[in-house]
Design a protein around this ligand. Structure first.
Ligand code: SF4
Length: 215
């Protein structure tokens, strides 16, 4: 793959969670299922049904919406984009009267996280929609399955900057073709690639290298 290629948008969530996991999947082609990834796929099978796009009064719900940003050089499929009637800040849609403001909604199987990994994914989707429609967006939503609740993601300058920096970091990795080193931590307990990665072994090697240096 050339560094000019566009990267898959969903990878930004993975890179924010762990750069090594992103490298194992996107550079080396590894993949393993665990209960979290299986649950996530099941949830997305239920959500990603383009034929179930619907319209209810001042709301249009579109599922499995292709998104692209030339600025971020990312492409992907947004689980859901809601178009909310907004004659002041919205955009015109074909075959619809009035103006409509897009709102990306990402579905996650698990629960809300302290880490910003899910939020940067929604932010990247929002940036794609901003480019496509020539509009400024202020928020996106994440629907978590456990417990079932929606979280509002405010598209702050800091979140936008973090999204941009993660994208640059992904492209730097892509250009070197080198999978980042493991970062052993509690997040490894949730990683389906733990047996491929063997992060604890790497940590032991780091300690032995450290001792060698010290001696
Ligand atoms: S096991 Fe840990 S360090 Fe390795 S890829 Fe998964 S999260 Fe990253």
């Amino acid at each position: 793959m050339e560094s000019e290629d566009y990267l898959e948008l969903g990878g930004i969530q993975r890179y924010a969670f762990c750069p090594r996991q992103w490298g194992l999947v996107h550079l080396e082609g590894h993949w393993e299922e665990n209960v979290l990834t299986y649950g996530g796929q099941k949830l997305h099978r239920n959500v990603n049904k383009p034929e179930f796009s619907e319209s209810r009064g001042d709301l249009i719900v579109s599922r499995s919406v292709p998104v692209l940003s030339h600025r971020l050089r990312l492409y992907g499929i947004a689980d859901m984009v809601e178009f909310i009637r907004d004659d002041t800040h919205g955009v015109e849609l074909s075959h619809r009267s009035g103006r409509w403001r897009p709102l990306p909604v990402e579905y996650k199987y698990g629960q809300s996280k302290l880490s910003s990994c899910d939020r940067v994914q929604v932010c990247a989707q929002a940036i794609c929609l901003e480019e496509t429609f020539g509009i400024d967006l202020y928020e996106g939503h994440i629907f978590y399955g456990r417990p079932r609740r929606r979280e509002v993601v405010v598209l702050t300058d800091a979140l936008r900057q973090e999204t941009l920096e993660l994208t640059h970091a992904m492209y730097r990795c892509l250009s070197t073709g080198m999978t980042p080193s493991p970062r052993y931590g509690t997040h490894c307990d949730r990683c389906s690639l733990v047996e491929t990665c063997v992060p604890a072994l790497s940590q032991r090697q780091t300690v032995s290298q450290y001792l060698e240096r010290m001696l």
